[in-house]
Design a protein around this ligand. Structure first.
Ligand code: NDP
Ligand code: MG
Length: 381
C-alpha cells in the first residue's frame, strides 16, 4: 500500500484525477511533472508542496523555478528531470500518466529505482515489452494497472494466485464514437467527431485511439504483458455502456466481471490502495436505472487497427513498438488535419512493413525505431 506518490503527467486527464484521489485519500505527493503547462503545475506545486517538480520544456522550467522560488520544491528540466522525479524522490508509488512513448524512460527509471509503478502510460509497456517486464523483475517492483480494463482484470484475478485456471480474458470496449459505422462512412469523419467520445473524457491522443480502436489493440498487448496470457486467450467485446470494465473466464466456465460507473478515479485509487479498498467519491452503480447492458463482437473489418496490434503482438520483439510509434505519428497528423481517418491504419501498416524484425532490443533501439516509423509515415503523405 502506498503512502507517498509521484505523478508524472500531472496536468493531464489521468494526472489531475490522480491528484484528486491523492487529495481524497490523504496521500503525500513527492513529485509532479508535466510537458509545458506551467500555470497548472504551479498551482499543483502550491497545493501539494512536492520535493521535486519537472517540466519537459526547459524554458518554461526555468520560468517555473522563478515562479515557485518561495516554496521548497526543487524544479528540474527536460526528459532527465522527469526521470529524476520518478527515481529520486521518496515516493513509494509512481503514477505514470504521461502520454505516448515519452513515458518509456520514466517507466524504466521508476522500476529500476525499485518503486511501484501505477501504470496509465500503456505505450511504454506495449513498446518496451520484455525490457519493462525484466526491469520490474530485476528490481522487485510491482506494475499496478491504472487502465480501467486492466484494473478490472487485475481485480477479477484476485484469489487466483499465478492466474491459475484462467481460460480467457475478455476486454470490453466502448466502441468509440463510430460504433456501427462501416468503412465507407468513415471516409470523411472530422477530428471533432473523432474527439467526441460517448462515455469517457480523456486526453486527445487516447480519444482518437478509441475512435480508431487502436486503443483496444494497445490494450490487448498491455493485457498480454501484464497478465502473461497468450494473445489468442484475450478476446474483445464491445460494450457500449462502459459499465462492465472487463471479465475473466476460468476453466470451469465461471466468468468474473468488474463493474462500476465509468470514472477513472476507481482504477487509479485501487492501484494505490491495493490490496485494501477505501471509500471513494465516485457515484454508486445503479444497475436498475441502467436497465440494459449490451455486448457485441467488434467489427474487425472496419476497425482494422485491432488486427494490426494482434499481428504485432504475435510477432513480438520490436513489432509492437513499431506499430505503436507509427500510430503515434498517424494519430497526431490526423489531429492536425493533415491526413484522413482512414489514412491512419493504412499509414501504420505501410510504416510497420519497413520496421526491422528484432527479437532482442534495447531502449535505444526503440527510440531509433520511433524516428524511423515517423519518417516512414511522412514519406507516404
Ligand atoms: P493527457 O494528454 O490528458 O495528459 C498527458 C500528460 O503528459 C500531461 O501532463 C502532459 O503535460 C504530459 N506530457 C505530454 N507529452 C509529454 C512528454 N513528451 N514528456 C513528458 N510529459 C508529457 O493524456 P491522458 O491523461 O488522457 O493519458 C495519459 C496516459 O494514460 C496515456 O498513455 C493514456 O493512454 C493513458 N490512459 C488514459 C485514460 C484517460 O481516461 N485519460 C484511460 C486509460 C489510460 P502538458 O499538460 O504540459 O502537455
Ligand atoms: Mg482503457
Amino acid at each position: 500500500m502506498t503512502s507517498r506518490i509521484a505523478v508524472l503527467g500531472s496536468t493531464g486527464s489521468i494526472g489531475t484525477q490522480s491528484l484528486d484521489v491523492a487529495r481524497k485519500c490523504g496521500y503525500r505527493v513527492a513529485a509532479l511533472t508535466a510537458g509545458s503547462n506551467i500555470d497548472l503545475i504551479e498551482k499543483q506545486i502550491r497545493e501539494f508542496r512536492p520535493k521535486k517538480a519537472a517540466l519537459l520544456d526547459k524554458e518554461r522550467a526555468a520560468e517555473l523555478k522563478i515562479r515557485v522560488a518561495d516554496t521548497d520544491t526543487e524544479v528540474l528540466a527536460g526528459a532527465d528531470g522527469i526521470c529524476a522525479c520518478a527515481a529520486e524522490t521518496d515516493a513509494d508509488t509512481v503514477i505514470n500518466a504521461i502520454v505516448g512513448l515519452a513515458g518509456l524512460n520514466p517507466t524504466l527509471a521508476t522500476l529500476t529505482a525499485g518503486k511501484n509503478l501505477a501504470l496509465a502510460n500503456k505505450e511504454s509497456l506495449v513498446a518496451g515489452g520484455a525490457l519493462v517486464k525484466n526491469a520490474a523483475k530485476a528490481h522487485n517492483a510491482a506494475i499496478l494497472p491504472v487502465d480501467s480494463e486492466h484494473s478490472a482484470i487485475f481485480q477479477c484475478l484476485q484469489g487466483s494466485p499465478g492466474n491459475q485456471a484462467v481460460k480467457k480474458i475478455i476486454l470490453t470496449a466502448s466502441g468509440g464514437p463510430f460504433f456501427g459505422k462501416k468503412r465507407e462512412e468513415l471516409r470523411h469523419v472530422t477530428v471533432a467527431e473523432a474527439l467526441n467520445h460517448p462515455n469517457w473524457s480523456m486526453g486527445a491522443k487516447i480519444t482518437v485511439d478509441s475512435a480508431t480502436m487502436f486503443n483496444k489493440g494497445l490494450e490487448l498487448i498491455e493485457a498480454v504483458r501484464l497478465f502473461d496470457v497468450a494473445p489468442e486467450h484475450v478476446d474483445i467485446l464491445v460494450h457500449r455502456e462502459s459499465i462492465v470494465h472487463s471479465l475473466v473466464e476460468y476453466a470451469d466456465n465461471s466468468v468474473i466481471a468488474q463493474l462500476g460507473v465509468p470514472d477513472m478515479r476507481i482504477p487509479i485509487q485501487y492501484a494505490l490502495t491495493y490490496p485494501a479498498r477505501y471509500a471513494s467519491p465516485v457515484a454508486e452503480l445503479d444497475l436498475a436505472a441502467l436497465c440494459n447492458l449490451t455486448f457485441y463482437k467488434p467489427d474487425y473489418e472496419t476497425f482494422e487497427c485491432i488486427h494490426i496490434c494482434r499481428e504485432a503482438v504475435a510477432e513480438d520483439g520490436l513489432a509492437p513498438a513499431a506499430v505503436n510509434s507509427a500510430n503515434e505519428e498517424a494519430n497526431l497528423l490526423f489531429r492536425q488535419g493533415k491526413i484522413t481517418f482512414l489514412d491512419i491504419p493504412r499509414l501504420i501498416r505501410a510504416a510497420a512493413d519497413a520496421a526491422p524484425h528484432k527479437k532482442e532490443f534495447t531502449a535505444e533501439d526503440i527510440f531509433e525505431l520511433d524516428a524511423l516509423m515517423r519518417a516512414e509515415i511522412h514519406k507516404r503523405l
